[in-house]
Design a protein around this ligand. Sequence first.
Ligand code: NAP
Ligand code: ZN
Length: 334
Amino acid sequence: MTIHAYAALSPETDLIPFTYPESLLQDNEVEIAILYCGLCYSDIHTINNDWHNTMYPHVPGHEIIGKVIKKGKSVFHLNIGEVVGVGWQCYACLNCEFCLKNNETVCLKKLRTTLDRYGGFAERIVIDSHFAYLIPLQLVISSAAPLLCAGITVYSPFMLYPIEPLSSVAIIGVGGLGHLAIQFARALGYSVTAISHSPSKEKEALKFGANRFIHLDEVKKLKTPVGLFDFILSTVQASLDWEEVVSWLRPGGKLCFVGIPPQPIAVSSRLLISGNRTICGSGTGSRKWMKDMLQFCASHHIQPQVEMFRMKNINQAINHLKRNQVRYRIVLEP
Ligand code: NAP
Ligand code: ZN
């Protein structure tokens, strides 16, 4: 059987219709009929080969929601007809020292849904069932897709780098990742500042749960000798003045990168040493945190705000995202 998809054949070009033969279902795999797929900025990075590891034809799409239509004979935890999600990672060995510590994202045998195979801008996908997650019934499935990458990516830092209650948390960038990060940080009880270079996003950032909204250029005016924030999560794909951003941290504070700027981060060691400050990063999240995050969203009414596009209009959707016009995540329907 053939799978119909959309693929980029080279960097910086439009996606075009593309078909490929369906692989034979293995015992541990499920076949999923795709209902929705989110458009993440990482898809733009991979389409454009920003990370020098894209192989063409490249079928992007790693925020997948769909129905299980076939399952291999050793799949016992999922049933035909159930709604599941698939994110950035689609395989790990589950046996190495990292996998055994719930840290599959750094497994040396890991596979990525779009860089190591064909992704979710397609009608169906065949995937290791260990990386297909049951979607809690309380979630609205038409808007749940962004949780599978954006959601897990901004939930994990709060688990990986525990922050004391009542801490002051800043989220830089109110985009696909950022608008969910604000909701998580607020639900976890922190005092949340949204930092954005788009004044038009203020009202909605406050609606997502930010206690205050500051324009990126205005933060330095508010700086005090002890800094402003205990934890800063940067979700932007742009290079900012990181030396300035680190100076917003209070002593002992952390700047955590989830957004991927094009240039290396330049910060003087003196700034880190003098205030015991840390710069760190976080990539998507483990299977356990994925399950926890989906349940956390169901319990705390956390929901992506989405704009729907038909898959056939994928190139329009990509341009809309590149222009920073999306409020706040595009979801494509095949
Ligand atoms: P997005 O929806 O475009 O959001 C990024 C936000 O960054 C924008 O909405 C904008 O927010 C801000 N921004 C954009 N250009 C800027 C500029 N020139 N100066 C200052 N701010 C700017 O993208 P996304 O899907 O959230 O992805 C963001 C980044 O995260 C990408 O690099 C992506 O690859 C990365 N990512 C990483 C992981 C991981 O595992 N670590 C997972 C998924 C995505 P304002 O308008 O509010 O300023
Ligand atoms: Zn993503």
